[in-house]
Structure formats: C-alpha cells, structure tokens
Design a protein around this ligand. Sequence first.
Ligand code: TRP
Length: 411
Amino acid sequence: MPNPTDATDSTDTETNPEASTTDADEFTVTPYAVSGEVDYEKLLERFGATSLTDDQLDRFPDHPMIRRRTFYAGRDVNEYLEAAESDDPHAIVTGRGPSGPMHLGHVLSLYLARRFQRETGTTVYVPLSDDEKYLAKDQSFASIGGHTRDNLRDVLAVGFDPENTRIVIDTADADVIYPIAVRLANYLTPATVEAVYGQQDTVGLQFYPAVQATHLLLPQLVAGRQPTLVPIAVDQDPHVRVCRDVAAKESLPVEKPGALLGRFLPSLEGPGKMSSSGDAPSIELTDDPETVAATVNEHAYTGGRATLEEHREKGGDPSVDIPFQYLRFFFEEDDAALERIAQRYRAGELLSGDLKELAIDRITDFLAAHQRRRDALGELEDELEPFRLANAERCRALERAGVPSVSGRVR
Ligand code: TRP
C-alpha cells in the first residue's frame, strides 16, 4: 500500500508527513485545528505550495483579494489561468461546511468565485459537507440539516449563474458522491490521513477526505478534463493535497486540481486569531445594521493609541487595526482610497472611532445587498433546482469515475 512519504511522482511530495505540525513551530494548521500565530510563509514550505508571482496576480480577474494578496499562494495556478485566458473550460470548487450560520469570513471565496465566473465564465461547484460537520461537530443531524438549509440561502444569495454553477450536498447527492468517494478511498490509507490531518476521532472523519477529494474532481467528472482551482483558506489545503495524490493513483480521467490559498480573515478581537468557529464574536450575514455597529464597536481590536492626545500626536497602526483590515480584505475596493485612509490614520487625523464607523458603513452596505438577494429567494427547493446536478450529469460523472450506476440510472 502507498506510504505517505513515497509520492507517486517527483513533482508532488504532497502528503508530507510533517505537513500539519512540527515540533519546532508554534502553530498548527489542519482542517480541524488552527492554533498559534500562523506564519503564512512558513506554511507554504510545510505544505509545498508557492507564493503567487506578480505575473499570476496580473492574469487573474481583478479583485482586491487577489491584488492585495489575501489569496497569496497556490499550486498549479497557471493551468487555470491559461484556460481562463483562452476561453477553454475551467472550474472552481469552493465549498461550505454547514455547522452554523455563515459569517463574513465564509463568503470571501464565494464572492471571489462569483467575480471570476462573471469575468471568464468559470464553472463553479459549491459542495456542502453536511456529513463532515455532523462528524466533526457535536450536533444532531437535524441541527446540521437546519444549518445546511440556512447556508444554502446564503450561497444562493451570492448570485451565481445557474447555467454554470452546481451546488451539491453530500447526504442529498450521495448517489453520485458516495461511489466516487469509495473509489478514491481505496487509495487513502489511515497512515496518510493521520499524517496529513492528525489523529481523527472516528472512522467517519478518516473517510471524509475521500468525500472532499470527490468534490474537487466533480467538475471534471461531470464535464471532462479541465483545470480546476480551489480557492480556500490555507487550513483546507490538506484536502487538495490528498485529492491530488489519490486522483493520480486511481488514474482517473482528470487533471490534478490546483489551489488558490487565502489568509484567514482576522478575528474581530485582533490579529493572530482567526474568526472561524469557537465563541469569538463575528459578523453574521444576517446581522442588521444595529448589530453590526454594536459588534464592531464592542469587539473590534484597533490600532489606535491609549489617549486621544497620543493618537493625534503619534498616529494609529492600520496593520493591526481590525476595522482597517476588514476594509482592506474586502470592503474598500479602491486602492487609492484605502491608502488615503491608512495615511490619515497613521498621521493621527483619523481616530479609531472614525475607522470603525467607516467599516460599519461599508459592511452594512455589503450585507444589505446580500440580504436583499437572500430575502428575494422563494422556496429553497425551487431556488435550488436549477443548481442541482441533472440526471445526465450524474450518470456521466459516475461513468467517468469508473463506477457506473448499477441500475443504469440514478435517483
Ligand atoms: N471542508 C470545508 C470546511 O470545513 C468545506 C468544504 C467541503 C469545501 N467541500 C469543499 C471547501 C470543497 C472547499 C472545497 O469548511
């Protein structure tokens, strides 16, 4: 059986056993645990990914999250860019683990994918891993199901084009996902899983990487070989590495998916913490303007000085100021405007309260538009229908994966 240390081809030492943590470093990044102060550059060494070059930055559709290197690294990005430039088929897979209400950090890659779709016609797949979250979080199936339905409304509110967007839900689309995952799981050893993810509590979670690998191959299994890019926060990169390994071993008719790796949206409470799970306060997509204002005013860590006098004299530090960082990540698209804000903050002209107010305004505008689209949705089943895999697409995926359905039809 394959050993995690002997990669099948020399370019991919993907399942490096030391990928998730090493004793020497003080931070851990795996899909199930992020702790310590993340060193984004060191992480690339650990994971074997590379920083985006200036040339690559220029070739992506223009977006502040690319320009400002929020998405800062990747693997096999050029193949995707070439296809996008020459109007060849190309796809993005960006999923959601429905373990709770979605907050701002969760929609970054969805909105990025939407922009790419509008610019270059990218096919977008959005898998929802309700199985993963049932296994990883202490929640009932009913509770995960409720979050799945709620999160689907947010995914739909992003405004993808149903012509070239597919939304899949692991338990609801198990007819397609399960047989393919089984085939991939045949090459996924417990040793690899442990090396890449650390020890897992259940065999369910040990199996799950085969499911996420299936997500990443789905666009190609449905529609044929094409460069596929997976924009994700760095903690999800192990899933991409595992997928690349097993896809090669199973000699499926697919290219290895590439990754576009992003930094974490900083937690409201300050740099070095991430905003995902836990009890950290965060801004949810359904928050009204008063709640946004209260959350930012109460919790946002600022780079301001202790007293007004000192602030006016010495100025603030935008690099650690969370309201500024939110503007930088997402909410102020204009580089010149952002730079002016930074300068005036450093000069002590703008106070922390001013930056908070600015951020609150911009976040509120963004959420108002998102919520308008969300509220305009009808019944979930009806809205979802045009985004579900068609029967012919299901059959094709199963055939390409070498697991044709027993009855000749699915569903
Ligand atoms: N595992 C991801 C999470 O916990 C969700 C997810 C499922 C995903 N499938 C994906 C993310 C495919 C990116 C691509 O958040």
